[in-house]
Write a protein that binds this ligand. Structure first.
Ligand SMILES: [Zn+2]
Length: 293
């Protein structure tokens, strides 16, 4: 079974030291970095504010606490980071994909249970194709074609999904969007059969371990690896999906969470390294970039 690592949020405010845990396992796995092309606020401050408010908070309260930059900061304007990324994209273990536009929205005060509506720009704002193209172009400075997209908070509206797909970008997101009829009618018949088979016959409800074909693009759900994840449960889930005949799974994690200490006393980064070593020892998994699906 193929395993994809999807790491979100890479942007202007990151630095090379943030990649220390990946440096330990880069000869084993490939990592698809879903980058925020431009940011308007100081990212470390954003993480602190989100942590203090918690999921389900009002976006206006978060907005007021943000430390805003005067102008948007583009990922490629961080010259030292850019050099490091270019080198590693060339080495082959790293690939660059698109993660929203600016990772926040100002149009809606809707509250999302267990999520942050402040970041859910692709769910709550409307995006024009030319804006999406502009964001794709700004990431193509990494000499790689951008062919995958993931919306911030894993949430996207049916209309934005249609627009992103019409630009030929594959999408990794929360697959509950398939419950929307406008979306479901564009899923290819063979994927509908597969969804039915896994859900009803195999009774797997927590993840679809294959790529869903929607119109002319691919949709991919994710399993999460964060500070709340029990690493043994995740390992067992992955092995179970493999045993049941799964084709691919994507593990969604965040560089910025790697130093958070989890319930087992280890950091998220240490848990990631341990998970990768355990998966490797089974000899049952192939670690691929999202571009290889
Ligand atoms: Zn994000």
């Amino acid at each position: 079974m193929k395993i994809v690592f999807r790491d979100d949020d890479l942007n202007y405010d990151f630095n090379i030291n943030d990649f220390n845990y990946y440096e330990q396992i880069k000869d084993i796995i490939k990592v698809s970095f879903f980058c925020v092309p431009k940011i308007d606020f100081k990212w470390p401050n954003y993480l602190e504010v989100c942590e203090s408010f918690g999921p389900g908070s009002n976006p206006t309260s978060i907005r007021k606490k943000m430390k805003w930059y005067e102008d948007s900061r583009y990922l490629h304007e961080n010259i030292i980071l850019m050099k490091y990324l270019l080198k590693n994209v060339k080495l082959g273990w790293m690939s660059i994909c698109l993660h929203g536009s600016k990772h926040y929205q100002t149009v809606s005060d809707v509250i999302l249970e267990r999520n942050f509506s402040f970041g859910a720009e692709y769910l709550l704002s409307s995006f024009e194709k030319r804006d999406i193209l502009h964001d794709i172009k700004s990431l193509e400075k990494f000499d790689s074609k951008i062919s995958w997209f993931a919306p911030p908070q894993n949430l996207i509206s049916p209309l934005n999904l249609k627009k992103v797909a019409s630009l030929g970008l594959n999408i990794s997101c929360d697959l509950t969007i398939l419950k929307n009829l406008q979306v479901f009618v564009r899923v290819k018949l063979r994927s509908i059969v597969k969804l039915f088979y896994w859900k009803v016959v195999k009774r797997i409800r927590f993840y679809y371990p294959f790529v869903v074909e929607y119109a002319d693009i691919k949709l991919l759900g994710v399993l999460r690896l964060n500070s709340e994840t029990d690493i043994n449960d995740l390992f067992n889930q992955i092995c179970y999906l493999e045993k049941m005949g799964g084709e691919v799974i994507a593990i969604n994690t965040h560089l910025s969470a790697f130093n958070i200490v989890t319930k087992n006393g280890k950091t998220v980064g240490e848990n990631l390294v341990e998970l990768v070593m355990r998966l490797k020892r089974t000899n049952k998994f192939e670690f691929v970039s999202v571009n290889e699906l």
